[in-house]
Design a protein around this ligand. Sequence first.
Ligand code: ADP
Length: 260
Amino acid sequence: NAASTLEFRTMPYAEGEYLMVVRDVTQLKQLEGMRRNFFANVSHELRTPMTVLRGYLEMSEDPEMMVGPMWDKAHGVMTEQLTRMESLVNQLLTLSKIEASAKLELDHIVDVPAMLDVLQKEAQTLSGEHDHTLNFDVDNKLKVYGDDDQLRSAISNLVYNAVKHTPAGAAVNVKWFDTANGPRLEVIDSGEGIAPQHIDRLTERFYRVDKARSRETGGSGLGLAIVKHALGHHESNLEITSKVGEGSMFSFTLPERLRC
Ligand code: ADP
């Protein structure tokens, strides 16, 4: 196989004879590459806001800069950059916790309707003056067995993304309902949509279609990786369908046996 990396080692076997050991280290190399990539990404993501913060801190050594509109601007930017760092670190912690968690028992009752009720209010706050129409169509009796924290992380990331990607005044529809295959969540936005070549890669850590835009909206690039892992622990998969210029639907169906 042309894409394989092989490692060769020779060792004495018997008098005048040698043994050659060939090991396929392709996967090991790939893992190593992914690890290196991950750390490079994290460092880069943290270094950018730190550089901005240092710049303003140095500027503040000049007393004239500490008053009036200059200070207002500096204060605003520093707060924004710190928020970005905080959200990245929080998402990193969530992701590492979810990735490291062993097979879940999935025996706790999770009140998804109550969770969605809180989330609707939070989404309204996030929407703020953008004044989105948030339609939540929720089967209030439909609870499931699962992990409260992980399901909340998954659902909130999907809802926040939908709000962040939908233009002001447009609608976000969230549906929680039962199907023959199990309880199902659909988060439908009227955003810019996603071109097909990106869809399969969206759940990779730090993969973003538009880096600048993701940063602007405070995105860490880890949200969908968290969703993927959280759903995996509930024997479910994230489904993404999208039409460029019209919007996207992020959805999942939990297995029937997790219906309460
Ligand atoms: P981020 O913190 O950048 O939002 P995510 O992992 O949540 O990171 O999402 C990865 C990328 O997927 C985003 O940067 C964006 O390009 C794309 N994406 C996520 N949700 C949507 C959506 N609802 N509409 C369009 N693109 C989206």
